[in-house]
Design a protein around this ligand. Structure first.
Ligand code: ZN
Length: 268
């Protein structure tokens, strides 16, 4: 759960944990019974007041959190910081992954639709409020947000972190959860999606094999798959992504080894 012990949280506070910047997931706790809106959208709140929200790579910087509690409604303006993203040039990519042949167009569309559907899940699991475990050891070889060129051609930005590791390295669940998808997709190869609750999912790409299947519950740190080099890759690595529903977020902002934990208290 949110690490509130070091923090004097009064009964009428809202505690936000996370970095107010683009690509960030904010985990929060309000008093039990509070209702919360992020901008104009009602967010799911647990019976004890847990909720999450986040903004994407290129999102606007000014947002608002509205909290209704004990008959009182308060609006908190939240100012996020802008990020600068790197440019990543990748060469030696198989041409079928840079300009996919016509006969895979329908498959790619189907893959994308499946992934979008899976990420609409909004479960009651509280796993996401714990501190994550890094899913694999190794050098970070690709970061969130980079503008990418494959064989010199501009393509979508990168939305995960890449961890370089040999084929067969164990991938472990960063938080407990439930396996929603374990499939072979065109660009991302063997791909697993795990639900951690409140609309937050992890996606693991380019795997060599799965060690758990769809519908299985996994514990934090459980071996779920092996690192591989399937799909659009130039070498073995794990690509780990975090989504809050369709919003693509930066896993490195959630790992204390890369990003100091920031907390903000809003007094109700
Ligand atoms: Zn990647």
């Amino acid at each position: 759960m949110l690490c509130v012990s070091s923090f004097a949280l009064s009964a009428n506070d809202v505690l936000l944990e996370g970095t107010l910047t683009q690509g960030s997931l904010i985990r929060a706790q309000a008093p039990a019974g509070a209702e919360v809106w992020f901008n104009d959208t009602a967010v799911k709140v647990s019976s004890e007041g847990h909720f999450v929200f986040g903004i994407g790579r290129d999102a606007a910087l000014k947002h608002r959190l509205t909290v209704k509690y004990a008959g009182k409604t308060q609006v908190f303006p939240l100012e996020f910081s802008a990020r600068e993203y790197a440019i990543q040039r990748i060469t030696g990519v198989e041409q079928k992954y840079v300009e996919p042949p016509k006969d895979v167009t329908a498959r790619i569309a189907r893959d994308n639709k499946r992934v979008r559907e899976v990420r609409t899940v909004l479960s009651d699991k509280l796993a996401i409020f714990a501190e994550p475990k890094r899913p694999a050891p190794g050098r970070i070889s690709g970061v969130y947000g980079s503008q990418r060129f494959f064989n010199g051609q501009p393509r979508n930005p990168h939305f995960g972190i890449d961890i370089a590791a040999p084929v067969g390295t164990a991938v472990v669940a960063p938080w407990e959860g439930k396996v929603l998808m374990a499939e072979d997709l065109y660009f991302s190869g063997l791909t697993m999606i795990i639900d951690h609750g409140f609309g937050v999912t992890s996606t693991f790409m380019h795997l060599n094999r799965f060690t758990v299947g769809v519908g299985e519950r996994v514990t934090q740190g459980q071996h779920i798959a092996d690192v591989g080099a399937t799909g659009r890759v130039t070498g073995p690595h794990l690509d780990w992504r975090i989504n809050w529903q369709q919003e693509r977020l930066d896993p490195q902002l959630l790992l204390p080894e890369f990003t100091p934990v920031q907390r903000l208290r809003l007094a109700l």
